[in-house]
Design a protein around this ligand. Structure first.
Ligand SMILES: [Zn+2]
Length: 298
C-alpha cells in the first residue's frame, strides 16, 4: 500500500506567502515561525541559516551589557570602483549599519569580553578597510583591557574586491593585532559560521586560540568548485565543512547555535577568565581620548 506511506505534499497555492520557506540544507518546506523559534535552524535537518550581527549579539551577549564601539567609522570608495557607492548604500539601508561588522564590549554569562561579529548580509560580510579597522581596534581593546576576545565570522565574501589592495591590507593588519594580543598572553576565540571564506578565513577567522564552528558551515579559502577545477581531482565528501575540518584538526569544536553561548562560557571558564561584573566597565571617555590623541592620517 505504497500510497499510504506517501509523504503529504504541500501544494504551492495552499501556502500563505511568507509563512513558509525552503531549507537550503534538506530542501523541505518549513514553517518560518518554527525556524525562528529554533534560532534560525532547520527543524528537519539542523541546517544553520545565517543570522544578522544584531541577532548574534542578542544570542551571545548578556542582555543590556553590550556597548558598541567605533560606530563612527564609515567606508569610502578609494579606487572609484564601478557601482561600489551604490552597493554600499544598498547594504547600509538593508542592515542599518555603516559597514559589515559590529564591535564592542559586553558580558557573556558574566564574563567581560571584547566582541566582534561580521554581518553576513552586508556585501556577504566581506572585509574592506572599515571591517579590518574595527576588528583591529577591538583586538587592541582586548589587549589594553586584558579581556578575552571573541569574533564571530560570517564572511562568505572574503576580502572586499571593491577596495582592491586596501582590503588585502586588512588581512595583515588584523593578523598583526591578533599577534600582539597572542604575545601578551591574551585569549582569542574565533567562531566560524556559514560561510567564512577567502581573505577573512585566511586572516582573523583562522587565527583563534580556539576555533569553534557551527554545524555544516562552509569554511575555507577558495570555494570547492575553484579548488576542484584547479587540482583536477574529485574532492572528498564533506570537503570544507565544519565536520571535515574538525576531523582534520583545523578547528577545535562544533557547537550547535542553541548551545553556543554555554560552550563559549565553558571555554572562558576553562581558560581562567573570571566572572566578575564589578570590575572593568566601558569608559567611553577613555576611548574618545585615545582616538583624539591618535588622529587618523588623511
Ligand atoms: Zn533542512
Amino acid at each position: 500500500m505504497g500510497w499510504m506511506n506517501r509523504k503529504k505534499t504541500v501544494k504551492k497555492k495552499d501556502m500563505p506567502v511568507g509563512l513558509w520557506m525552503r531549507c537550503k540544507g534538506c530542501d523541505s518546506m518549513i514553517y518560518k515561525k518554527v525556524v525562528e523559534q529554533k534560532l534560525n535552524v532547520c527543524p528537519e535537518c539542523n541546517y544553520h541559516f545565517a543570522i544578522s550581527a544584531r541577532d548574534r549579539i542578542r544570542l551571545l551577549v548578556d542582555e543590556g551589557t553590550f556597548e558598541e564601539l567605533h560606530t563612527e567609522l564609515a567606508p569610502r570608495d578609494p579606487l572609484g570602483f564601478p557601482d561600489y557607492p551604490a552597493k554600499l548604500e544598498k547594504a547600509q539601508k538593508g542592515t542599518q549599519l555603516r559597514d559589515g561588522v559590529i564591535v564592542g564590549l559586553g558580558e557573556l554569562s558574566g564574563h567581560q569580553i571584547a566582541f566582534g561579529v561580521t554581518e553576513p548580509s552586508f556585501m556577504m560580510g566581506s572585509m574592506g578597510s572599515v571591517v579590518g579597522e574595527k576588528l583591529t581596534l577591538i583586538a587592541e581593546e582586548a589587549l589594553n583591557r586584558s579581556l578575552p576576545l571573541i569574533i564571530v565570522s560570517g564572511s562568505g565574501g572574503g576580502a572586499r574586491m571593491q577596495e582592491g589592495i586596501l582590503s588585502l591590507f586588512q588581512m595583515a593588519k588584523t593578523s598583526a593585532a591578533l599577534g600582539r594580543l597572542d604575545r601578551a598572553g591574551g585569549l582569542y576565540i574565533s567562531v566560524l559560521t556559514n560561510a567564512t571564506m577567502g581573505g577573512a578565513m585566511a586572516s582573523f577567522a583562522s587565527l583563534g586560540d580556539i576555533a569553534i564552528a557551527e554545524p555544516k558551515a562552509l569554511l575555507g579559502f577558495a570555494g570547492p568548485r575553484v579548488v576542484q577545477n584547479t587540482i583536477k581531482k574529485d574532492l572528498p565528501e564533506g570537503f570544507q565543512t565544519s565536520e571535515f575540518l574538525l576531523e582534520h584538526g583545523m578547528i577545535d569544536l562544533i557547537s550547535e547555535r542553541e548551545k553556543l553561548k554555554d560552550t563559549l562560557a565553558g571555554v572562558l571558564d576553562f581558560c581562567g577568565s573570571v566572572r566578575d561584573r564589578s570590575t572593568i566597565r566601558v569608559r567611553r571617555e577613555d576611548i574618545d581620548e585615545r582616538r583624539s590623541a591618535d588622529p587618523e592620517p588623511d
